[in-house]
Ligand binder design. Structure first.
Ligand code: KG4
Ligand code: ZN
Length: 329
């Protein structure tokens, strides 16, 4: 049995968790800074870094207490080392390294995107690769063929905005706060998804695009000032979800992969979850929809991924830093 502490500070969540053998979550503590950033309409990097510094010690302590462990019970300490905000990443990386050094434990630097891919194992410990995964968050949107742990092929990526960014921008335009995804999701439930036919970008291509859709929504609201907002939200959401689901299924078709999985904050979207489940059933596949708390940023996905990485590649050097632009693969 291997227990790993994972720390996540790449954006606006200060999170820590203890996970056993890459699969079993013993604790997961997430302290969201949403309130600090809401009045600015998005994440302010400098505020995020300072808040991480203030919160990280307590969040780590709470994760250890909740799991009933102290450092002697741990086998490694992991932190997300990219991609993300430079200053924010450094807080988690420094905290993990300090703890590793003091407790004489291996340190593991984990890729945030790889961690979102691995959330599926926290949902089903028996899951076997290959799988086709859609990672959709505030900063990234991509389809990935996960051939094995550590073997990833990016099939398609967004050429402009990320899906979460589109949700956030449209929500802001409609007068809702940050983050916009949950607000649109809620509003859309009372709306008609067929009310307005917004464009589906890049049909047939592996890559994604959301900038034109955002502009179409802005133009529609300008030209129809009395448009019912729930209809606008539902129609916009349907256009995003159509694109996400079509490209995920196309990626799975291309490599004949039997499992569809989703990760990242947008994977918490209720309509996306419904549609992925439907399409999986219609194409004879299994769908992995991690619980909402494991879709948005959390420490458990970092600790879980660290276990696979530690067994595959060994520990990360304490002299390695953080990489805000770290890529997958
Ligand atoms: O993965 P995440 O927590 O942080 C990043 O790595 O970016 O994703 C945050 C993004 C935000 O853009 C937020 O609006 C979006 O995920 N999001 C949602 C929902 N919940 C969060 N988007 C659509 N529907 C939701 N229910
Ligand atoms: Zn994320």
């Amino acid at each position: 049995m291997t227990r790993i502490l994972g720390i996540e500070t790449s954006c606006d969540e200060t999170a820590a968790a203890v996970v056993e053998d890459g699969r079993y979550v013993h604790s997961s503590v997430v302290s969201s800074q949403v309130d600090l950033h809401a009045r600015f309409g998005g994440v302010v990097p400098e505020i995020a870094s300072r808040a991480h510094v203030e919160l990280v010690t307590d969040v780590v302590a709470e994760a250890m207490v909740e799991a009933g462990v102290d450092t002697r019970d741990l086998d490694a300490v992991a932190a997300c080392h990219g991609p993300g905000l430079a200053g924010a990443l450094l807080v988690g990386v420094s905290a993990a390294k300090a703890l590793a050094l003091v407790a004489d434990l291996p340190y593991v630097g984990v890729n945030h995107l790889e961690a979102h891919l691995h959330a599926a194992w926290l949902e089903d410990p028996a899951l076997e690769p290959p799988l086709a995964v859609l990672v959709a968050s505030g900063g990234h949107t991509m389809t990935v063929l996960m051939e094995d742990h550590g073997r990833y092929r990016v099939v398609g990526e967004t050429v402009d905005d990320a899906a979460g960014e589109a949700f956030d921008k449209v929500a802001r335009h409609l007068g809702f706060g940050y983050p916009g995804g949950p607000a649109i999701d809620r509003l859309a439930r009372a709306g008609d998804a067929a009310a307005i036919r917004f464009p589906r970008a890049m049909p047939g291509a592996a890559d994604f695009s959301f900038a034109g859709l955002k502009t179409a929504v802005v133009n529609h609201v300008r030209d129809h000032p009395d448009a019912a907002l729930p209809d606008v939200a539902a129609s916009f959401q349907e256009a995003v979800v159509d694109q996400l689901v079509d490209k995920l299924v196309a990626a799975a078709d291309e490599a004949d992969v039997p499992v569809l999985a989703i990760g990242g904050g947008v994977a918490a979207n209720s309509r996306l979850r419904e549609r992925v489940a439907e399409r999986a059933a219609a194409t004879g596949r299994r769908a992995f929809l991690p619980p909402l708390a494991l879709c948005t940023d959390n420490g458990a996905m970092i600790a879980g991924t660290a276990w696979w990485q530690l067994h595959r590649d060994g520990p990360t050097s304490l002299s390695a830093g953080a990489d805000p632009n770290l890529r997958l693969g």
